[in-house]
Design a protein around this ligand. Structure first.
Ligand SMILES: Cc1cc2nc3c(=O)[nH]c(=O)nc-3n(C[C@H](O)[C@H](O)[C@H](O)COP(=O)(O)OP(=O)(O)OC[C@H]3O[C@@H](n4cnc5c(N)ncnc54)[C@H](O)[C@@H]3O)c2cc1C
Length: 415
């Protein structure tokens, strides 16, 4: 079966790919989105059991897209305060929504609820073909088109388009196939994630606690539960996962401390190996990478998908403008424009998260002294706090039209 050429083909209907299709909903751009695993499936790697912390800036983007009001309210918990500490040392930073004059600094959202809202929107779009389950196995690009081979219902089909967006996640197979060079740093850490019940109410505070093995986050959830993201060295994972619940909670409590009272009822524990990766260039001939396919960061400070959603918002802006003027969306000028816009934010976020891990896992006394001084000074000086708040809220640097509550397509983005 050969389909007529699309303006845009998105490979991967995870959070980044589906968000891009929804962001372009009102432009009429003729799109196909190809996803290997149905969103309700237990095997779905994007809309899985996790909850994700979305920044205030990401909320603004989803509001402009009309997605925010569609997310099930029961699956969203606002973050009013953030408490950052260094286990065993005095450095602490408090961030408060009052310092930023916003309703919430961010929101903890169940991935599946976000998936449900995105998929419900996709189903209403007549100019978008959702091919799922369909696995892309090969891609070839020439001067005029990108041609993809994918397997759907045990048949190989060919899908042709002017531009292909690779949003197939951090283990992107297509990235390598297309010759993109990527750099990877293995943190030799794994995140153990689970739901826990604290003895005291979290009062909408998100905790980020640095420990010698890695950071431990306790994120507020509804019904006074917390979502725990605990980064530990690879060699400790198996032992921690195998521990009976009370002993696991004891180890967790030892690292986290008593700020939330006695921790109880750990839900099922899941593991995710952690690495940082970044491609040297985000675009190639008729190809662009977004989300984790372009950059994967450590979950410290919850930056990963927030960064990916800013990719999506800017790419939608560039493509909507180009298509509104009947320009070829896969032309190299359009892709260069996108590349220039995204480079700085990506470098800053990957550098910021990587730097935090290096600094906060160091056991060298001068580094420990400097980082604690840094935390104390940041807490004391409102100007420094504002810098950290902007980064945390996803408002550092230039903002896309969607992040500013504007419609797509009016003016070309400045480079
Ligand atoms: C423990 C942990 C906690 C995190 N917490 C946060 C947080 O609090 N805040 C935050 O912003 N980020 C967080 N992140 C990062 C966030 O999970 C990722 O940035 C996000 O999932 C990336 O979305 P994506 O759509 O780019 O990729 P993915 O979620 O990996 O989705 C890729 C999609 O592509 C599909 N696919 C793959 N190959 C093919 C193919 N060949 N053909 C068709 N389809 C294909 C897959 O099935 C999948 O649906 C966390 C990450 C981890 C590991």
């Amino acid at each position: 079966m050969t389909k007529k050429p699309y303006d845009l083909i998105i490979v991967g209907g995870g959070m980044a790919g589906a968000s891009l299709a929804c962001a372009l909903a009102d432009t009429g751009i003729h799109m196909a989105i190809i996803e290997a695993v149905p969103w309700q499936s237990d095997q779905q790697p994007s809309y899985d059991v996790r909850t994700i912390s979305l920044s205030h800036g990401s909320r603004l983007i989803y509001e402009s897209m009309g997605i925010w009001p569609q997310i099930d309210n029961d699956a969203v918990c606002p973050i009013h305060r953030i408490h950052v500490s260094d286990r065993g040392y005095p450095g602490i930073v408090h961030l408060d929504r009052k310092d930023a004059a916003v309703e919430a600094l961010g929101y903890v959202i169940e991935n599946r609820a976000l998936g449900a809202a995105l998929m419900a929107r996709l189903e209403t779009l007549e100019h978008v073909d959702v091919l799922c389950p369909a696995m892309v196995s090969d891609v070839d690009v020439d001067e005029n088109f990108a041609t993809l081979i994918c397997t759907m219902d045990s048949e190989d089909i060919t899908v042709v388009g002017k531009l292909v967006v690779i949003a197939d996640g951090g283990r992107s197979g297509l990235r390598e196939k297309l010759g993109f060079q990527s750099m990877t740093d293995d943190y030799c850490q794994t995140a153990i994630v689970c739901n826990v019940t604290p003895g005291k109410s979290h009062q909408h505070c998100a905790y980020e606690r640095f420990t010698p093995s890695g950071p431990l986050a306790m994120l507020p959830m509804n019904e006074d539960h917390c979502w725990c993201v605990w980064a530990v060295n690879h060699e400790d994972v198996e032992g921690l996962i195998a521990l009976p619940e009370d002993q696991f909670l004891g180890r967790l409590q030892q690292q986290f401390g008593d700020r939330l009272g006695r921790l109880s009822r750990a839900g099922k524990r899941y593991t995710f190996p952690l690495a940082r990766s970044r491609v040297e260039a985000y675009t190639g001939r008729r190809v662009v990478l977004v989300g984790n396919a372009a950059h994967t960061v450590h979950p410290v400070a919850a930056q990963g998908f927030n960064l990916g959603l800013r990719d999506v918002a800017w790419l939608a802006e560039v493509l909507a403008f180009a298509c509104g003027r009947q320009q070829d969306p896969g032309s190299s000028d359009i892709l260069q424009q996108y590349e220039k816009i995204r480079d700085r934010d990506t470098q800053q976020v990957t550098g910021f998260t990587h730097g935090m891990i290096k600094i906060f896992t160091s056991r060298l006394m001068p580094v420990i002294a400097a980082r604690n001084l840094g935390l104390l000074v940041t807490d004391m000086f409102p100007e420094l706090k504002q810098v950290l708040l902007k980064r945390t809220m996803g408002l550092a640097g230039r903002q896309s039209r969607l992040a500013r509550g504007l419609e797509l397509r009016e003016l070309p983005p400045k480079q």
